[in-house]
Design a protein around this ligand. Sequence first.
Ligand code: ATP
Length: 410
Amino acid sequence: MKASSSGATSSDEYSRYLQDRIKQLEETNTHLKERLESTEREGRYYEDMRTRYESEIRKLRSELEKLRAPPLIIGTVVEIIDEKQMVVRSSTGPRFVVNYSHFIDSQEVFPGAQVGLNQQSLAVVSVLSSAKDPSVYGMEVIESPDAEYEMIGGLAEQIEEITEIVELPLTEPERFARIGVVPPKGVLLVGEPGTGKTMLAKAVANRTSATFIRVVGSELVQKYIGEGARMVRELFELAKEKSPSILFIDEIDAIAARRIEDGTSGEREVQRTMMQLLAEVDGFDQRGDVRIIGATNRPDILDPALLRPGRFDRIIEVPVPDERGRKDILKIHTAAMKLKEDVNLDILAKLIERATGADIKAISIEAGMFAARNNKNAIGMEEFERAIKKVKKSKQWDYLTEKESGVMFA
Ligand code: ATP
C-alpha cells in the first residue's frame, strides 16, 4: 500500500514536472517567437534604411559628377545639314560643322536656337530654353497692367499725345486707314527718371487691352558677339506673339547712343544690337497691333538714325512736374491715406520743388510710415515735413526752405 502510494506520488510529481516544463518551454517559445518577429521587423527597417542611403549616395554621386563635368560652350545654330550634323556659331564668333546627339529632339533645333556645345568636340549636347522666356533676360511681361491715366498726375498734355499716337492706332485703326495716314511706329518718351514714363506706357497698354512688355536697354547689351542682336530679334518676336502689345524699351540710350568709333569689340557689339533694333523697327508693319515706346533721359546722346522718319520719329517730353502737377500727384498718392485737417497740399507742393512723381510717391509713403510708427490715427503736416527731409537727403533735388517759399508749416 505504502509502496503503491509512494509510486502514485512520484508519478504525480513527474506529471506536474512535465506540465511545468511544457509551460516553461511554451513561454520560452512564445518569447522566442516575439523576439524573432521584432528582429524581423528590425531587419526590414534596416533594409529600408539601406535602400534609402544607397539611393541618397547615388543622387550625391550623380550631383558630384554634374559638378565635375566641364562646362558647355554656348553656341547658336546656323544651319542644320542633316540628322547628324549642323553648323553652329560659337559665342566667340567662328562657325563650326558639328555632330549632335540623337537624343536631341529635332523639333527643338532650328536656326537661331541656342545650344550647349561640348568643349572639346563642340558636339551639340543640349538645347537651351528659348530666350523668349521673359525671365531669362529680365523682361517684364504683364498681360493687363494696372496703371490708368487717372493715376498719373500733371501729364495731361502727354496723355493726350500718347493717346493720339499709340492708343488710337490700336483701338481705331480704321480712322487712319480711311484717310490714308500711316500712324507713327515708335514714340520716344524723354524725361528724368521717376517722372512717370513707365506709368504712361503701362496706362496705354491697359487702355488698349494690350500686353505690356518692358525691357531695359542695358539688359540688351551683352558681352558675346551676336547675343544682343539675337535678344532684340526675340524680343520683337515675343511682342508679335503677344499682340496686341506695347513694347517698352526703357533706357534705350544704352543701345542707341551716337556712334563713337573707339574700335573696341564691346562698342561694335552695342552697334550690332542697335542695327538689329533699327532693322526690326523698319521691318515692322505700321498698321500692325504692336506699338513700340522707347524711354530715355539722355536724348542728347541718341544716334540720329534712331529718330529718322518711320522709326522713333515722335518725341514726347515728360517733364519734372510743376507746382500744379506736384499737387495733382500728391493728391493721387494720398487719396487712400487718412490726412489730418492741417494738411495743405498747396503748401506741400510749393515745398517740394524739383521733386519727380517717384519722389512724391516716396514722400507720401514715408509720411504714412512716420505716422504709423508713432501710432497716430492720421497723417499731419509734421509727418510730411519729416518725410520731405528724409527723401530729400537721398536725392539731388532741393526743396525750398519755409522762408524761400513764403509759407509756414501750420
Ligand atoms: P525710370 O526712367 O527710372 O524708369 P519713369 O519715368 O519710368 O522712371 P515710373 O517708373 O513711371 O518713372 O515712376 C515710378 C513711380 O513714381 C510710379 O510707380 C508712380 O507711382 C510714381 N510716379 C511717377 N510719375 C508720376 C506721375 N506723374 N503721377 C503719379 N505718379 C507718378
